[in-house]
Design a protein around this ligand. Structure first.
Ligand SMILES: Nc1ncnc2c1ncn2[C@@H]1O[C@H](COP(=O)(O)OP(=O)(O)OP(=O)(O)O)[C@@H](O)[C@H]1O
Ligand SMILES: [Mg+2]
Length: 466
């Protein structure tokens, strides 16, 4: 995944996003540059700073969509965050540095999952042993005897020393092997066993605390509270053998992963190839000398500066340098311009790409071409009711044309218009689907015209409905 060529990245994006070629190109180059930089020898590598990008374009033309799809295409740590989040409630909302912490957290989880995957085989073997121990307490795994079974079956003298002879070891291990074969063949899958599962779910209270920005003080609330709670509490659960294998393997895998190593690696990865997608950056512009929210918006921009420029952010896992993190910002800049951002911040985003407005022909393609195209979604939804719906070409054209008209006449909300239109168009069908006898339905131009006539004739109505 990490070494997709720019053309391949664009190709992947093309599967979901129509048009916007320039934007796709520049993010593809930026992504490839992450990879290129990693190949350069260390001395020069330090000198190569990322070229941050701003995507500018009207609302609903695919900016956020590009970010979402990009995230799946890269092996680099990728985190998308709305800049407006930092201006919410309170005076500045969440502290800006938290985006680096979140990026790191995400990377750690990703690497952890990958490591766990790598030790799956071993973990499974260990889980198998534990289950055999449960099923055959006396056979002893790896030559050691289970504590609990001693108490039950062995006689222990006062000194605590064990004085009991195991039954013929050979016979026991033979049974064990037999059982192992049955286990592997899945013949024990439906048997019930009691296992101890550790209660990992931390209480929701801890979660709430950990999100209130306490981290900036270097206090790790979650861990602190966690350690005050009864730790490692476990409870017995009765599950089938098949489930037990899964649960225990999971548990063993967690134990096998070296978290220190994972954390180190994650920090390195974030510092060297991290990408942060700052969505809605236009929402943090504020007029000079403005009052109220404007002040905090500019505050957010100022807070953002050092991070974008390169500084060290303290996290609970250690300091993270942001010098080489790539930032891709995006915003509609409806009522304002990129030049309304404070100049220092503007300068940190040297590459500007404009996205195009969408018109009828784009809408036709958006409705039908992407892998997750809107029409395909509705067809799939209605198929669950046993209905086969098809859209004729002229119907699609009519919908697309109408979307463009409404966008022109009221407000241009880009491809989002298609969503509101489609809902309105199919409302009756979606409501009645379970009861409709006619299971095959072709939606043609006449149907579209009929359904949309009322809103088409009455502009005010369309303002409300669509
Ligand atoms: N070029 C496109 N190709 C395919 N689908 C698109 C395109 N543009 C927009 N869409 C669809 O429209 C919806 C809204 O797009 P998106 O969230 O990317 O808008 P945006 O550009 O981020 O707008 P905003 O500035 O309001 O955040 C998406 O769910 C997507 O399905
Ligand atoms: Mg968006």
């Amino acid at each position: 995944m990490s070494d997709l060529k720019p053309s391949q990245i664009v190709e992947e994006l093309d599967k979901y996003i129509i048009g916007q070629h320039n934007a796709k190109r520049s993010v593809a180059i930026a992504l490839r540059n992450r990879w290129r930089r990693r190949q350069v020898d260390p001395e020069l590598r330090e000198e190569i700073a990322p070229k941050n990008i701003i995507l500018i374009g009207p609302t609903g033309v695919g900016k956020t969509e590009i970010a979402r799809r990009l995230a799946n295409l890269t092996d680099s740590p990728f985190y998308k965050v709305e800049a407006s989040k930092f201006t919410e409630v309170g005076y500045i909302g969440r502290d800006v540095e938290s985006m680096i912490r979140d990026l790191l957290e995400l990377t750690i989880n990703m690497l952890k999952a990958r490591e766990q995957e790598a030790v799956q085989g071993k973990a499974r073997e260990m889980a198998e042993e534990r289950i055999l121990d449960l099923l055959l307490p006396d056979s002893g795994s790896r030559g050691t005897r289970q504590q609990s079974s001693q108490a039950e079956t062995g006689s222990t003298d006062d000194s605590g020393l064990e004085v009991y002879e195991p039954e013929k070891p050979a016979a026991a291990s033979e049974t064990r092997e037999k059982l192992r074969r049955m286990l592997r063949d899945g013949r024990l899958d439906n048997r019930q066993v009691d296992i101890d599962v550790s209660d990992r779910s931390s209480s929701p209270m801890v979660e709430i605390f950990s999100n209130t920005g306490m981290e900036e003080m270097g206090i790790n609330f979650k861990d602190m509270l966690g350690s005050m709670m009864p730790r490692g509490s476990s409870r017995k659960r009765r599950v089938t053998v098949a489930e037990a294998v899964e649960i225990l393997a999971q548990e063993e895998a967690q134990g096998l992963v070296d978290m220190d190593k994972v954390t180190q690696e994650a920090i390195e990865k974030v510092e060297q190839s991290g990408i942060i997608f700052l969505d809605e950056i236009d929402k943090i512009t504020g007029k000079e000398g403005g009052q109220g929210p404007d002040v905090s918006r500019e505050g957010v921009q100022r807070d953002m500066l050092p991070i974008v420029e390169g500084s060290t952010v303290n996290t609970k896992h250690g300091p993270v340098k942001t010098d080489h993190v790539l930032f891709i910002a995006s915003g509609a800049f409806h009522t304002n311009k990129p030049s309304d951002l404070i100049p220092e911040l503007q300068g940190r985003f040297p590459i500007r790409v404009e996205l195009d407005s969408l018109y009828k022909n784009d809408f036709i393609r958006i409705l039908t071409e992407p892998k997750n195209a809107l029409l395909l979604q509705y067809i799939a939804l209605l198929r669950t009711e046993g209905m086969e719906v098809a859209f004729s070409d002229d119907a699609v054209e009519e919908i697309a044309g109408f979307a463009e008209t409404v966008n022109n006449q009221t407000e241009n909300i880009g491809a989002r218009r298609l969503h509101t239109l489609m809902e309105h168009l199919l409302e009756d069908i979606l409501f009645d689907a379970p009861d409709i006898d006619q299971k095959k339905l072709e939606i043609d131009r006449a149907f579209v015209e009929e359904r949309l006539r009322d809103v088409k004739e009455d502009q005010d109505l369309s303002r409300y409905i669509l």
